[in-house]
Design a protein around this ligand. Structure first.
Ligand SMILES: Nc1ncnc2c1ncn2[C@@H]1O[C@H](COP(=O)(O)OP(=O)(O)O)[C@@H](O)[C@H]1O
Ligand SMILES: Nc1ncnc2c1ncn2[C@H]1C[C@H](O)[C@@H](COP(=O)(O)O)O1
Length: 231
């Protein structure tokens, strides 16, 4: 049976954190999961066998990398389902196709045949009635300058060597993508409005909003809600 955490979030909820590279997804994932006592699902960066190669040569490795990310995220999706929820996920599966694969195809660093093959695999795996969508997608947004500062601060070598135009293109695409996204409920947060690194308390209003959003959307969709049991 689903019960609520301290903040009123059902303990079987699945929350995914979306946003461009460096915006603060991993930091937010850890903070929310700790507060709610949820499990985490992170992207594999250090052990990713293609990422370094991809940044060195987009044309050669973009298809391989997309297939790798798709397979890793799908396995994570399965793990979340098997645990019965209670997860915060660092980056959504939707961004792989809606941002990265599309961008590389449109900029000419993924071939049309590879892109069609990737999309058809993605649609067969994800866009089916059997795929559980998250209860909430938290979209982190901020100014391009602040995000580039964070990429520099984190200092992953492969990202430092990437031309700034790549991050600008991605930043602009994200804004367009989120304005048209409708696969699950969305809660937007501007990174200028909180600072969970230096002010731990700034997560509190975010947790209250998460709780409100999830309860509202579960009532609308008729998904099991603890309130209904109490009545
Ligand atoms: N709220 C915040 N305030 C200040 N710095 C932050 C905040 N969130 C993240 N950072 C810093 O920004 C950098 C990128 O954050 P990270 O969570 O790794 O981003 P992402 O997972 O979106 O790529 C890290 O150096 C992190 O410490
Ligand atoms: N689907 C993807 N295609 C290309 N690159 C990707 C994809 N998903 C993540 N990445 C890259 C971007 C960053 O360099 C690292 C980790 O992302 P982060 O936003 O820092 O969590 O992987």
């Amino acid at each position: 049976m689903s019960v609520k955490s301290r903040y009123g979030v059902p303990n079987d909820a699945v929350i995914t954190i979306a946003g461009t590279v460096g915006v603060g997804k991993s930091t937010m994932t850890k903070t929310i999961a700790k507060a709610l006592n949820f499990r985490t699902s992170f992207e594999k960066v250090d052990s990713n066998p293609y990422l370094d190669k991809f940044y060195a040569n987009f044309e050669r490795w973009s298809f391989h990398l997309q297939i790798y990310f798709l397979s890793e995220r799908f396995k994570e999706q399965k793990r979340i389902f098997e645990y019965g929820g209670g997860f915060v996920q660092d980056r959504s599966i939707y961004e792989d196709t809606g941002i990265f694969a599309k961008m590389h195809y449109e900029k000419g660093t993924m071939s049309g045949v590879d892109y069609e093959t990737y999309k058809s695999l993605f649609d067969a795996m994800v866009m089916t009635p059997y795929f559980p969508h998250p209860d909430l997608l938290i979209y982190l947004e901020g100014s391009f300058e602040d995000i580039v500062d964070r990429i520099k601060l984190r200092g992953r070598p492969m990202e430092q060597q990437t031309p700034i135009e790549y991050w600008k293109e991605m930043h602009d695409r994200y804004q367009n993508w989120i304005n048209n996204f409708n696969s699950c409920p969305v809660m937007r947060i501007n990174i200028a409005d909180y600072d969970i690194v230096n002010d731990a308390g700034s997560i509190e209003p975010i947790l209250d909003r998460i709780s409100y959003f999830i309860q509202q959307s579960r009532q609308l969709t008729g998904k099991f809600s603890p309130e209904k049991v109490k009545l």
